[in-house]
Design a binder for this molecule. Sequence first.
Ligand code: GAR
Length: 209
Amino acid sequence: MTNTNEKIKIAVFVSGGGTNLQALIDAQQSKIIENGEITLVVSSSPDAYALQRAANAGIKTVTVSRKQCASQEEFEEGIKKALCENSIELIVLAGFMSILSENFTAAYPKRIINVHPSLIPSFCGKGFYGLRVHQAALDYGVKVTGATVHFVNEIPDGGEIIMQKAVSIEEGDTPEILQKRVMEQAEWQILPRAVEKVAADMIKQRKGN
Ligand code: GAR
């Protein structure tokens, strides 16, 4: 039986620097996130600096490398096993650069959240990740971009939007400068708030049952 007073157990999936993971850890410490608790960090790369951030915060980590798995199925089974063993209820993709199949996303409906560094439906979908997103925004010449937090379904960056925040593009921006502004002004702000919102809704649902 689930203890109704327990916080929602969250796994954060990472692949690189982990600044969004850091924003989530900080939000937990400052009680912006109080209905959930990050109990596991899953990395697709053994070299991700995000693993160090998790270790510094005393959070358990597991690395499942796609390259070391013979197939997508084996990769996803490895992840699912870690999620089950740690009773994970909510997954947050925070700069996770490996593809998850429909088979995986369908197993966690409305239980996977992603942060994307543009205002969806602009500059999103297959091939749009990291600096490429900001390069595309600059190439197009838009004057406003931002970040989106959304649920993950079988369509890349196509799930229901939870929160968005706009950020101005300035004269002389490079993809790197723009990425930093979008992270500081949008991603690190809305990701923790969106996670808290979903966790609070899950707790409400649990109490209603
Ligand atoms: C972030 O900008 C995140 O939005 C983006 O990768 C970066 C990861 O940084 N994700 C995507 O592009 C997914 N399509 P971080 O490791 O420092 O959080």
